[in-house]
Design a protein around this ligand. Structure first.
Ligand code: ADE
Length: 232
């Protein structure tokens, strides 16, 4: 039977989903609260992992070990790296990579974790297609794009860094957990998808835009995740 792990980095990103769970129980582990229950007819575990790649990776492993999840969805907000993605739009992952990994001195590509044999973690194509359909149903006015998530333990808020993430990695959005979730899901053989609503442009305006648009962006992705959970 399917059990879907739903991970958000911040409370804002998961509070709406937690509020809609029926038959929920809470398990605490590694400083995180795992809310197990039924969402839109699906068995789910909703959890706020905290910000950054280490929190995210730990969280996936707990979902795999303790809850035996069969799918992982990461929901949240991100900074746009693509001119086609404006604030409020949604990006669904085709793949994800770590933009802050650099072992180029030994011949690896920027972002490539040594000895993995590849750099991009591929999202599950079926989940990504279902997410796009779900988005078109619940957020018909929202522009939705399939693309690449680039993750690092940094909030991107400068034009120079943004341009490097575009030229070096062809990223469509930047955030701080997706690649770790993808990496952990890959190691455990669990299909995943990342769904990110754009809260800022990851440039010099990001600091101003982020607090303004964060809540609406989180609401759009939560609505999508609820719809998607019922279709997996
Ligand atoms: N999450 C939302 N906006 C972001 C940004 N600009 N950089 C990293 N993570 C983000």
């Amino acid at each position: 039977m399917n059990k879907i792990g739903i991970i958000g980095a911040m409370e804002l990103e998961v509070e709406q989903l937690k509020a809609e769970l029926s038959e929920s129980r809470i398990v605490k582990k590694a400083g995180m609260e795992f809310h197990e229950g039924v969402l839109n007819g699906a068995s789910v575990v909703v959890v706020r992992c905290g910000i950054g790649k280490v929190n995210a990776a730990l969280c996936v492993q707990i979902l795999a070990d303790l809850f035996q999840v069969t799918h992982v969805i990461n929901t949240g907000v991100a900074g746009s790296l693509n001119a086609k993605l404006d604030i409020g739009d949604i990006l669904i992952s085709q793949d994800a990579l770590h933009h802050d990994v650099d072992v180029t001195i030994f011949g690896y590509r920027p972002g490539e974790v040594p000895q993995m044999g590849f750099r991009e973690f591929q999202a599950d194509q079926r989940l990504a297609a279902l997410a796009k359909d779900a988005c078109e149903r619940v957020n018909p006015d929202v522009n939705v794009v399939l693309g690449r998530v680039v993750s690092g333990d940094q909030f991107i808020s400068s034009k120079e860094v943004k341009e490097r993430l575009i030229s070096q990695f062809h990223g469509d959005c930047a955030e701080m957990e997706g690649a770790s979730i993808a990496h952990g899901a890959y190691l455990n053989g669990i299909p995943f998808v990342i769904i990110r609503a754009i809260s800022d442009k990851a440039d010099d305006s990001a600091e101003m835009d982020y607090p303004t648009f964060e809540a609406a962006a989180a609401r759009h992705s939560a609505a999508l995740v609820k719809e998607l959970a019922g279709k997996i």
